[in-house]
Design a binder for this molecule. Structure first.
Ligand SMILES: Cc1ncc(COP(=O)(O)O)c(C=O)c1O
Length: 394
């Protein structure tokens, strides 16, 4: 009889995907659910990128490629890292992966030995814990700091590193779920803690292009003294609506990238050849006007959502600075109704007909994540329903 391994049994399903599936099932039954649950842009893939994919098939890019990616795609990605983020990467510092999630998986498989502790400053994307576990590492969440705008100090990271004897830390700015963007000084502070405690840094920068107001994206790799310990995860998934294409980048020290490519060669082979050609259009920024139009649309939704949520008594929302999420503080409302954030989100779905994601899976209990990668119309309807739901909870 087949018996599922302990490893596979210990892995949990993605909560965000589960909630999206539940909302879709309710919609399929004819129930009018508004979903602010999914972390997926409501826009299609921009035309030049789609065209590059179609052309790739016509041009015969349908064969195996080198495990790390086609040389010209790696070179284009390296130029993109140089131009967009001012990082002096060469093609040997970049590999093409089947998305940000596999990039994280390859990084973890290439950096973590059994039992190694990896710090996860909360709030963090729930897949991080499972990806650490799949590498036989031990995820160590660090409690969130909403009072600091969700950005930990170097001293807080250092204290956790010391306490747990950690080997590495995963950073994610702009952050899912809070939308927080750490400033240059804050990143430098964390970088110095990482150096002092000899931590590797996996920096998930998949939302780096989605910034608002005067927010600036600073990678930990921007600091030369830390560059040999930083691995970056990036790509066009979120900024260029490429969720289904499954393509992304892992960038860092050439030795680490070569190791990750060996893992990829045995686990995956190579990233889809068509998607590799298509992502070159992201690297070459063939359509900056369209990108800016989309970013501006997210920005308008963000501003509206912030104002509308703040006007609901009992809810609080720190203005998100990046990505397309808002992490709403429901602690007061939950305390009054004697429920937790999971029950809040469940009742909001079943009674209020709005799909959201509770903060608990992000290690941020008492909060609820709203995604504004939804139409303005849906956001307006959702906010009205949330207001009525909170009122009725009183
Ligand atoms: C923080 C973060 N990292 C990585 C990913 C995965 O991106 P991809 O679809 O490129 O694998 C997501 C998707 O939700 C995310 O929110």
């Amino acid at each position: 009889m087949i018996s599922v391994s302990q490893r596979a049994r210990s892995i949990t399903d993605s909560i965000t995907l589960a909630i999206s599936a539940r909302a879709k099932a309710m919609q399929a039954e004819g129930i009018d659910v508004v979903s602010l649950g999914a972390g997926e842009p409501d826009f299609g893939t921009p035309e030049p990128i789609a065209e590059a994919g179609i052309q790739a098939i016509r041009d015969g890019y349908t064969r195996y490629t080198a495990a790390a990616g086609m040389p010209d795609v790696r070179a284009a990605a390296a130029r993109w890292f140089q131009r967009q983020f001012d990082l002096p990467y060469e093609a040997s510092n970049v590999m093409v992966t089947a998305g940000a999630k596999p990039a994280l998986m390859l990084a973890m498989q290439s950096l973590v030995n059994p039992g190694d502790r990896v710090l996860l400053p909360a709030p963090f994307w729930p897949s991080y814990t499972e990806i650490v576990r799949l590498a036989d590492g031990v995820p160590i969440p660090i409690a969130g700091v909403p009072e600091q705008g969700f950005v930990h100090t170097g001293a807080q990271i250092a204290a956790a590193a010391e306490e747990h004897g950690a080997k590495g830390v995963v950073l994610n700015f702009p952050n899912n779920p809070s939308g927080a963007v750490a400033s240059r000084a804050e990143i430098e502070d964390i970088v110095d803690a990482a150096i002092a405690h000899d931590l590797f840094v996996i920096s998930d920068e998949i939302y780096a292009r989605l910034l608002y107001d005067d927010a600036e994206h600073v990678s930990p790799a921007a600091f030369e003294r830390a560059r040999d310990r930083v691995v970056i995860v990036n790509g066009g998934t979120k900024s260029h609506s490429m969720t289904g294409w499954r393509v992304g980048f892992l960038a860092g020290p050439a030795e680490l990238i070569a190791a990750a490519a060996r893992v990829q060669s045995q686990a995956v082979g190579n990233t889809n050849s068509i998607s590799q050609r298509a992502v070159m259009a992201v690297c070459d920024e063939t359509d900056p006007t369209e990108f800016e139009r989309r970013r501006a649309a997210f920005d308008a939704r963000r501003r509206y959502l912030h104002g509308a949520i703040q006007s609901i008594e009992g809810l609080r929302l720190e203005m998100p600075k990046g990505a397309f999420y808002a992490l709403v503080d429901c602690r007061e409302v939950c305390a009054r109704a004697a429920i937790d954030d999971v029950t809040f989100a469940e009742r909001l779905l079943v009674d209020g007909l709005v799909a959201t994601v509770p903060g608990s899976p992000f290690e941020m209990p008492g909060f609820v994540r709203l995604s504004y990668a939804a139409s303005m119309e849906d956001i307006e309807r959702a906010v009205q329903r949330i207001g009525a739901f909170v009122e009725q909870l009183r």
